[in-house]
Each structure stands twice: as C-alpha cells, then as structure tokens.
Design a protein around this ligand. Sequence first.
Ligand SMILES: Nc1ncnc2c1ncn2[C@@H]1O[C@H](COP(=O)(O)OP(=O)(O)OP(=O)(O)O)[C@@H](O)[C@H]1O
Ligand SMILES: [Mg+2]
Length: 1031
Amino acid sequence: MSAEIKVKRQSSRKRSRDRRISHLTPARKRTSASGRQCPDNTGQIELSRALDQSMDAKFSEYCSDPEDLFGDYDSIVSDSSFLAKLDRVGQNMRQHDIEHTTSSRCPVILLAGNPDFTSLKSSTDNCPKQSCDDSMTESFLEGFTDDAFLDMPSSQLAFLQDPQTAPMNCCTDEDKTSMPMRHPEKSVSTEDRNENHIAPKARKSVSDHLKRAMMANAATPSSVSRTALQKEAVVTEEISVAMQAMESVSMATTDLGPFFGLPTKVKELICNLKGIKDLYEWQKTCLNLDSVQQRRNLIYSLPTSGGKTLVAEILILKELLCRKKDALFILPYVSLVQEKVRGLASFGLELDFMVEEYAGSKGRFPPVKGRGKRSLYIATIEKAHGLVNSLIETNRLGNVGLVVVDELHMLGDGSRGAIIEMTLAKVLYISKSTQIIGMSATLGNLQDIQKFLKAESYTNDFRPVELKEYVKLKDSIYEVDPKEEECFRFSRVLNFKYSSAMQKIDQDHIVALVTEVIPSQSCLVFCPTKKNCENVAGMICKYLKEDFIQHKQAEKAVLLGELRSSGNGSLCPVLKKTVPYGLAYHHSGLTSEERKLVEEAYSAGVLCLLTCTSTLAAGINLPARRVILRSPYVAADFLKRSQYKQMVGRAGRAGIDTHGESILILQDKDKVLVKKLLSAPMEICISNLMHSDGKGVLSLILSVIGLNITNSLEQIRDFMSGTLLSVQEKQVCLERSLWEVTQECVELLKEKGLVTVSTEPQDGSLQVTKLGRATYKGSVDLTYCDLLYRDLSKGLESLMLNSFLHLIYLVTPYDMVSQCKPDWMVYFRQFTMLSAAEQKMCAAVGVSESFVARKAAGQNVKKNVDQVVVSRLYLALVLQSLLKETDLWSVADRFQLSRGFIQTLLSSSSVFCSCVLHFTEELEEFWPFKALLTELTRRLTYCVQAELIPLMEVAGVMERRAKLLYNAGYKTLAHLANADPNVLAKTVENLFKKQANQIVASAKMLLNEKADALQEEMDDLLMMPLDLLSL
Ligand SMILES: Nc1ncnc2c1ncn2[C@@H]1O[C@H](COP(=O)(O)OP(=O)(O)OP(=O)(O)O)[C@@H](O)[C@H]1O
Ligand SMILES: [Mg+2]
C-alpha cells in the first residue's frame, strides 16, 4: 500500500513532465501530481514518511546552519509584490527564451549519431534532429577553430549570433517552461534584447497566461468523480512504472556514451573550459572501478595536486546527465565554493543543469524544485547540512543521487567535522540510494571512515610532478629519506654571501633560499604566524636587488592600483612596499578581496613569492616551484603530519615544472621531532560528535527528533549506530558507552526544555519543543539558545528602533566576543558620540557611560559588570560604524583592529543574523523581529551601496568589481547575464576573458535560478487544491 502511494506521487509528476503538460494546465488534469516528489528506493522510512505527511502540508522555509542565511534571498533583495515578481518573470523568461532560442537547446544532441545514447536523448525527443545537430556542430566548430573563443561555451558564442540566423528552437515550449511567451514567434529582436526592453506584449502575456490558466481551471468540469480521478491516476501510475522499468533496464545495459558513459561533448567542454586534454591513468582506472560503475560508496585518496577533483566532477556529471538526479558537492571554504560555481556554471549552461551556490549568505532552503532540470548544489560544510535537513524535511532527499565530500579528512576537524559527520549520517540513514564519494590527500585511518560510509576505497601515489623533500639545518640542505636511519641524506651546502648585519637579520638564510628560484620561478614561504608573514615578506624585500623591481613592472603597478581601489583609496603599507618586488603576504588579516587579487596575481606570475600561513595550503590551488617552511610550527603548536603534507604538496606546477621541491627550515632542538614528523604515518581522523562536551551528539539528536527521523530512544540508538562515533566508540567514549551518552543527551535536552515527551495517550514519543525547533532551525549553538531567548525577550520590552544599534547588538555573534578586547579609549570616544537614546539602550543592556569612562581613565571598577555584554556591545559599535560608512579601512583604523578581523566579524554577524531570524520565526512571541531582521541580514550581508547588491549576488563578484561593472553600465543581473563576454572584458578594467566568461555564465545561471523560484511560486499559486469541494 505504501509502495503504491510512493510510486503514484512520483510517477504522476514525472508523467506530467514527460508528456509536456504545462504547469498551467488545469490542476484537475494533473490529478495526483501533488507537487511533492517522493524519493525513490529510499527504504521503509521514506515510505512511511511519505504516508505520514499530509498532502497540503505547508513546508516552511528551513535554515539550519551556523553559516546560514536567509533561506530565500529573493525575499530580501527583491520587492515583495507578486505582480512585480510576475513582471520580472516575464522579463527574465524573455531573456531566457532568447538564450534558449539562440543557444544549445539540446544539450545532448551530439549523441544523435550514436545509437547507444537513446536514454540521453529523452529531453529532446521531439526535436527536429537535423536542426539541433546543426546548431551544436556550428557552435562547437566555432569553439574549436577560433582561438579567441577557446574558453567560451557555445551558448555564449551563440549569444553573439543574430537570432535570425540562429538555429531554430528545436524543442517544444513545454520542454522548458509553462510560460506562453516562450513561443519562438514572440522572441524579441536583437535590438530589444540589447537594450533590455521589456516588450509590453511580453509582460501582458504572463498576466494573460495567468488569467487563461485560472479561467481554464474554473471552466474545468468540476463534476468529475473522485473515482474517475483515481482510475486515471492508477493508469498513469502503471504507464509510469513501466517507463521507469524500461529506463532502468536501458541504463543498466547500455553504454551511454564514449566518455565514461557521458557524451563526447563533456570531454570537449573539459578540454575547452579546463584545458585538460586527457585524463591521467589513475583517473581512468578510478572511473572504471566496479564500485564506481555500480554506484557503491567510495573514498579515494591521493597526494595533493593528484587531480582528484576532476574525477568527482565527471561522476557528478554522470549523475546529473545519465541518472537524471541532483548532486551535492561539499567543499570546505566559501571561496572554494564560489570558485567551483564559477567554473561549473558554463558546464551547467551547456549541459542544461542548474548550478546553485550554497555558501555564506547564499542558497535557498529548501531548494527550488527546478522544473525538470537537475541541480548541482555546491555547498560549504555548514550549508550542506542545512540543505540536507531541508530536503529531509520536504521528503526530497532521494532526489539527490550523489553526495561528494572534498577534503574528507575534515571529519576530524572540530565542530566542522561534527557537521560533516551529521550530514553524512543522515544521508546514509534516510536515503540508501544516494551514493557518497569522499576524497582526501591525508587520511590516516581509511578503514574507520570506510566502515562509517560503508564505502570501498581507492588509493594511488600518483603526483603529476615529482616532489623532492628537503630540510635545511644550519647551512646544509639534506634530502628527506625516511628509509635512512638518520631520515636525512646530505645533499649540498647552501651558497650564500651574507654580511654580518644580514646574517643577524636573516639567520635562517631565507633570502638565499628564495633567490635561487625567484623571480623567474615561484615560491611559497609558510610562516608560523600572521605577523611573521608580514615581517618575512618585508625582510626579503630589504635584501633583494633593484633588478627585481623591473620584472613585470607594469603588471605590478596595475595590481597595486587594484589593491588601492579595493581599499577605497587605502593601501596596506606592507603590500605597498613588497608588491614592487613581486612579493606579497597572504593570511586572514587581508580582506577577501585583497586575498583574491593577490592569488590571481600570483597565478598569473605577476607575483613570484607569497609568504603565507598554513591556511593557504588547504584546498587553494596555488602551486609553486619551491615551498619553504619557515619553521616546523603553526603558531605555538608543532606541525602535524597532515599539515606538513598539505604544505609541501603545493610544490611543483603541473605542466610547467619537471619537479617541485620543499625545504623545511629546522633548528637543532627540533631535529628529533622533525624526524618523527617525517616518518610518522598520517594522523587518524577521529569523530568530533563528542567535541566540546558532546555538543555534536546533543545537536544531532535534537535535529533527528525535530526532523521526525526518529522519535523514540530505540530509534535514536539505531540512528547513532550509523555514525563514525559508533565505529570509534572504543577510542572516543572512554568513560561511558555511546548508548549511555545518548540517553544522557536525551535527558539533557529534556532538562533544557528543547525536547519533550508527547502527552498523547499511548504515545510517549519524543518531540521537540518550540524552543527546540527554533534552536535547530536557526542552527543556534545549544550553549547559547537560552541566552539568546532571554536577550531577545528583554530586547522586545524596550526595542530601540531609531538606530540600528540595538538590533545589531542582538545579532552580534556570542562566539566572536572572546576574540576581541576593547580598547577603552576608543570605546569611550565612540560611546560619547552615541545619541541619548542609544546611550540609554546601552545602559539598559548593562553598559553605562560612567563604567566605560572609568575604564578609559584606567581606573578599577568594582561594580559587577558582565564582561561578555561589554565586549559584545563594543563589537556592535564596530558593526554599526561599518554599516554607516561601508568603509572597512577607516573603521579598522578607528577601532585599531585588522581589516581581516572586521570582515570576519561582519560575515559572521550576517550569518548569525539570519540564524536569529530563523530562530524567531519559530517563536510567535518574536513576530516583530521577522521584518526587522530580514532587512538587517541584507544590510550585513552586503554592506555596500544598495545598487551594487544585484551584481554582488553573482558568484565571486566582490565590491570593487561590482563597482567597475556598474560604472561600465552593467547595472543589473540581467545586464550581466546578457553581456557579451568579449565586450565585458574590453570595457571593464583588468578583467580577463576567462573571468568575463565565468561571470556571464554565473549570472545566467543565477537568473535562471531566480526565474525558476518565481515560477515555482506561481505554479503553487495556480495549483487547484486537490480537496476542493465539488458538486
Ligand atoms: N588529467 C589532467 N591533466 C592535466 N591536468 C590535470 C588533470 N587532472 C587535473 N589536472 C589539474 O591538476 C591540478 C590539481 O588538481 P586538483 O585540484 O584536482 O588536485 P587534488 O588532487 O584535488 O589536490 P589537493 O589535495 O591539493 O586538493 C588542477 O589545476 C587540475 O586542473
Ligand atoms: Mg582537491
């Protein structure tokens, strides 16, 4: 019975797509297309969940991660009127229509000549074959023959063509959308498109369509009996089951394409967009593994720079194109997510899938349904957890066929590791058909992770460029050879001629080491602290010859100009001194824009040396001919084997160097420890659910109860047995068994008022309370949820709204407080500049002017004052200044804080603000906060002039570039999406062609995503309720 229902919902929805029935088709005809899709093959739990959930349940927007956001950016950046949205849909769809008319409408059509590709052609069944073939061949030929277009996707090439000469729209309208304006005859002219006119006709067509759809709904005979409807549904279901069966047979028995099951076009795109002509042998072997072919979970482990990402990307494309399922790609940092989104957006446009960014404040919970298009979600660790939660809540996790985790060893990395573990444990428990793939360069205990993920493994030592590891002791260089008894083998004496003054300053001979390679080759110098990075960069410059200044002088001048304009006229004094020599430092004290400029300049060879902290080693692809480790320490801690491997792994640039080399500078005192470091096995990766007094277990249990995954102690026990913590129980749970820990945690959650036992007779199930729901939905740390509740309640009693200060104070993250000590003089000066109302509010939260004045005067204050409140208010003052001025540099200067810290404060506050927003949404008493915090999140997220926000929504477009684009006339997302990358690159200062291509592709993708979101909203609005009373 349950199986029937499951199939019915899924199949009827599928049928409506396959038959190309418009979403505006009278709702009756859609019968059981309930609007919700039930994941397939997901076992008993999903089946019962599918039964349990009522058809008309309203799915609240969900947000559950500390990095998260306002689930729906549309609610923040666009106006809220539905008609305005409709207008915009009209406009967007017109642009979209032009795109699809002129670009590759049939992404897999190249397969037409290949008899094996039948199942891939499904979306283009109705296409006149010839015209599609022509269109693709044309765009490809251009892509291949014209160097200028080498890295431009064919859809963008097609953009350059006159629509008159562009290939015919070969697919039916229903293929793509329900919008009537998508008919080819209604396409706008090139002039219209260029000038971004919204033809009145087009606008009318949306409202016309609305009217027509509603009238059609109204005119539909409502006397059709429920039995007739049910019969129709049963027939539909049978057809659909048969089609599904055929599909799965053909999937299992046919080779879908010449390139690892994918069409040749994928290979060509990889060549065009990534410059990779052939796969490494290990990549081919890995892709042909039985476990991969049969979609079993897999962990593959290779040294850094081994080319792991490409394998993952090919597997993702297989999932999207061949299995027609969504995929989730988890990466550890926002910058990496943005880079991937930019890189894969062109693939998405060419191959017709969505690429959605889930990082920082971007990403929607639950995601838009996509209207038949498959989605690739690229997410940070925290956002991936929120996304998976929202998919579980809406019963859509089964749509995700593949989850890829990069840098899987991060499972062992504190609270972030706990979040990866929670996410994967949920996927494993809920959706058995979802394949999990993990990759890493530094996994010491593969077996544990394999057991947790029920995965097979593949390892290989391949490195595209040989790595030679050395250490430097006094003036000699030794080659590392763990097989030797001493671990080191003498290699050479370092050649240097130092004056005695220089010897004093550069005792470790860093200048001698770096000048062996720079400026013609590149070098990274890893330093133990941020300050040391700046000092070492400055010191090296001091001893470099003037010749260095002449090297790439013009490019370095441009870089300095860009750095200056990113700081609104301010330029870091250290960079000002080092960049002319081709050197820069790189650490979290730089703003993200400065970091990006430095990285780009280094990749382009404008900078030849970076001094950096260990963070640069994690994931950023910035290889160097020589890597120097200034000392075997990260801050005060001795290097770990995995850190060492990540750092030295940066040595050797594939395709450029014959080999790479690393040199670890060591002192006599560290010799023994370094020997251990070099010969030790990789550190093992331990579950972090017990991290910080078991906070991970607590929040995991809270969310599994809240998400209705489990609601009895026994079920929780069952769930917990599928975690890494369970695999490592003996190592981690030393005092109590996991079962005891679990029971204790449930009790603690009850004590905290987050979980309760149902009062229904005969029930006794565990449920989350309203506070519990607010806590997990807002991803609020369990340590702070009570405090947050109290602060917000107190805030409501006397909320000061004639300035932002009070609201900002309420969303200043608790965990940032310990990272900053107030400068009392600055505090006092800022305090005295506050309005009377603001000062009154400060006194109300517990910080009086007299207290700050006494502190500034250096007096001891006996009064009992809450230090956390005092420091939190100080940070709130920093944030308020930032919102007022939007100038990071002047605020950093005024508060004597590093600009990197201020930027971190700003981004964590915007994330926490949206967490608080979701927290308050679950608690009726906090209703006034919704509107206030929605706006505040938007302001904190972008903190720029309002007109730049739509441009900054595009992956990787930061303030400086947004300004340049805006000034060049690209004022909206639509301007960017319709831009000609050639023109863009020419009109915007220092924008490379490749970057222009990526910006345009990302903007197109975002525009599609927004249009889809609005269409989904419209579809839902127009859907006739299934339980409508009939005569
Ligand atoms: N088959 C290939 N031919 C040439 N270059 C390749 C190939 N595969 C990958 N690369 C390039 O090698 C570089 C490193 O690849 P990648 O970032 O995937 O390494 P990785 O194994 O993930 O390393 P890390 O552990 O450091 O993240 C990238 O610039 C990538 O484009
Ligand atoms: Mg990698």
